[in-house]
Design a protein around this ligand. Structure first.
Ligand code: NAP
Ligand code: GFB
Length: 349
């Protein structure tokens, strides 16, 4: 008799990370002949506003998930955070409190929520690791988002204590397994389906959109040079993970990671590069597609640099998955630019 499919609810399913999970799930389902153990449900604000408890409850009542991959959040790059710290704080506190409360009420077996490497203390030693989340204030530019995300870790521990103290109410379907509420800590993510809006976006999609516009502008003027404007000095350093790699790692955590403590999902420290180097990769990729155009990179230091660095260790991940292969930045940027140009009309911008 076929075993009942486990329902996996992916909140934030229409976003950069959610779409990457959908792409990997579809790929894995095509490759595996056996009937699929999981049914993935991808929800977005079209299904309900998770910051409103009643709307969030209707989603859980409709799908009654066994697993939750909780991605939904108010998200943005440095400049959106600088403008809307209060909204980032309140909206994400509400979304996270509702989703975790309903995961408990509906006896979800595992709830994996999303933090970010930008929530760690700004004054810190490097590399940052999972034990350091609460050891000092985050960078001022995104304190709202950071404190809301840190509360997920606090909530995870509170729920885990609650399950232990009330184990009879929570042992799931006859196993002696208590629910697991845990979290992942991705570094900066980029890839297809990103948000390319120049006001709200993160740096990689922002650079791609600006480079695209500069090339179109040069072609219109029959010029062979295109100016790519980089905000800030280009000195800050980042680790970037390609969204499809992150999706594979999230699916791995769903099946294999059972600690309450969070796990950083990032490329190696040695893969860290400067914003200027990332801009050069974007420019060179466009030059390969438009050989008669040369891109000139310019820096505008009237714009904030934001946090200088947040170098994170992925040693905990490497202990679990020593051989995981990350997509190189040049391949990831190439594929993201290809996706953006092909899907220009529907891309978020
Ligand atoms: P994104 O592209 O902006 O997508 C956000 C998703 O959340 C969308 O599906 C959006 O739905 C949904 N959402 C937002 N507000 C909602 C609400 N009130 N109710 C229900 N759904 C709501 O974000 P992302 O980059 O995929 O980020 C996914 C997760 O990864 C987030 O938790 C983020 O904090 C974390 N993260 C991201 C990065 C990064 O660099 N992007 C780095 C570290 C961690 P609609 O499409 O309907 O608006
Ligand atoms: O991805 P980003 O906006 O966020 O990167 P953070 C900001 C850095 O890139 C700054 C430079 O040094 C900017 O000056 N930059 C250059 C640009 N050109 C651009 C551009 O066109 N757009 C943008 N956005 N930046 C975020 C946090 O920090 O990290 C969020 O604020 C989130 O909360 C995210 O967690 C992952 O990496 O600085």
């Amino acid at each position: 008799m076929a075993t009942k499919q486990q329902i996996v609810l992916v909140t934030g399913g229409s976003g950069l990370v959610g779409q990457a999970i959908r792409m990997i799930v579809e790929q894995q389902q095509q490759e595996s002949s056996s009937n699929n153990k999981y049914q993935f449900i991808f929800v977005s604000t079209k299904d309900g506003d998770l910051s409103i408890l009643n709307e969030a409850r209707q989603i859980f009542e409709k799908y009654r998930p066994n697993y939750v991959i909780h991605l939904a959040a108010m998200v943005g790059g440095l400049f959106r955070n600088l403008k809307y710290n209060l909204e980032f704080l309140r909206t994400n506190l509400a979304i996270n409190d509702n989703v975790l409360l309903l995961a408990k009420e509906f006896h979800v077996q595992k709830c994996i929520s999303c933090l970010s490497t930008c929530i760690f203390p700004d004054k810190t030693t490097y590399p940052i690791d999972e034990t350091m989340i609460h050891l000092g204030p985050p960078h001022q530019s995104n304190f709202g988002y950071s404190y809301a995300k840190r509360m997920i870790d606090i909530l995870n521990h509170a729920y885990s204590d609650h399950f232990k103290n009330n184990s009879n109410d929570y042992v799931v379907d006859g196993s002696n397994q208590l629910p697991i509420f845990t979290s992942i800590i991705p570094t900066n993510v980029y890839g297809p389906y990103d948000n390319f809006n120049l006001e709200d976006s993160h740096v990689i999609p922002g650079l791609i959109y600006k480079a695209y516009n500069a090339v179109q502008d040069a072609k219109l003027k029959n010029s062979n040079t295109a100016k790519l404007l980089v905000f800030g000095s280009g000195q800050p350093r980042r680790q970037f993970i390609y969204s499809l790699d992150l999706a594979r790692l999230i699916l791995w955590t769903m099946e294999n990671y059972n600690e309450i403590e969070p796990i950083i999902l990032s490329v190696d420290e040695s893969d860290e590069l400067s914003i200027g180097e990332a801009a050069k990769l974007v420019a060179e990729t466009f030059e390969r597609s438009y050989p008669d155009i040369r891109m000139e990179i310019q820096f505008d230091t009237n714009y904030s640099d934001g946090q200088f660095k947040k170098t994170a260790s992925n040693l905990k991940l490497r202990r679990y998955l020593p051989g995981f292969q990350f997509t190189s930045m040049s391949d990831g940027i190439r594929d993201t630019i290809r996706w953006f140009i092909t899907n220009y009309d529907v891309a978020r911008k």
